[in-house]
Design a protein around this ligand. Structure first.
Ligand SMILES: *Cc1c(COP(=O)(O)O)cnc(C)c1O
Length: 211
């Protein structure tokens, strides 16, 4: 693959689903990639948002690359102060983190944009709220004056289409129910399925960098 092929596959998935391709954005996941690789495999094709899952690594790259940065990994509360450097935090996974981010937003005088992560596969090693915790969590986070909840995010269990498709579908249903426009779901192996099920942001890494 490579970025042009990923874009083609995204458009094909939109056509199959009768969706406007403008409604789905590619977040290029650049964790573990060098600045040179990112320039050659991503930014030469346009100003795509870049997704990173480690704060220190992201901060280093920010000094060298001009981009819209998204944070997609587990965010430790002691790193919350760096959140304003990111256009979107995909991985709000606890109320304590939400409180820390809200305080940072207040201090800096901004509203931080976040997605609430949902552990729909109920995997103990994964982050995010369980589905039954979501109503309460969303209500609490939406009361925080310095956070803006734009949508939901999920990382499904590794598995075949029969496993991941219902999870993507469920995330879209929940986003609809709570009136949230953004659904961050789909990675290299399953982004076309995620788009068919309503993804608005796909987080694709490996497929952009293979030759
Ligand atoms: C690494 C990562 C991705 C990208 O995965 P690929 O399989 O490389 O496409 C997407 N989302 C999260 C949260 C990640 O950590």
């Amino acid at each position: 693959m490579g970025l042009p092929q990923v874009l083609e596959a995204m458009e094909a998935a939109c056509r199959r689903a009768g969706r406007d391709p403008e409604g789905v954005r590619l977040v290029a996941v650049t964790k573990g990639r060098s600045v040179e690789e990112i320039q050659e495999k991503v930014l030469r094709y346009g100003p795509f948002p870049l997704g990173e899952s480690r704060v220190q690594e992201a901060l280093k790259k920010m000094e060298l690359l001009e981009a819209e940065w998204h944070f997609i990994g587990p965010l430790q509360r002691n790193k919350a102060k760096f959140a304003p450097r990111f256009a979107l935090i995909h991985s709000l996974d606890s109320l304590r983190l939400a409180e820390a981010l809200d305080r940072v937003g207040e201090k800096v005088g901004v509203r931080l944009r976040v997605l609430v992560e949902v552990n729909l596969g109920r995997e103990p090693q994964k982050h995010g709220f369980l589905e039954e915790e979501l109503p309460e969590a969303l209500a609490r986070v939406r009361e925080m004056a310095h956070l803006e909840v734009l949508g939901l995010m999920t990382v499904p269990p590794v598995g075949p289409e029969a496993v991941v498709r219902p999870i993507f579908r469920r995330l879209s249903e929940l986003a609809d129910r709570y009136g949230l426009p953004e659904r961050s779901m789909g990675m290299s192996d399953d982004f076309p399925i995620a788009i068919e099920e309503g993804a608005t942001l796909v987080r694709v890494g490996r497929a952009l960098f293979v030759d």
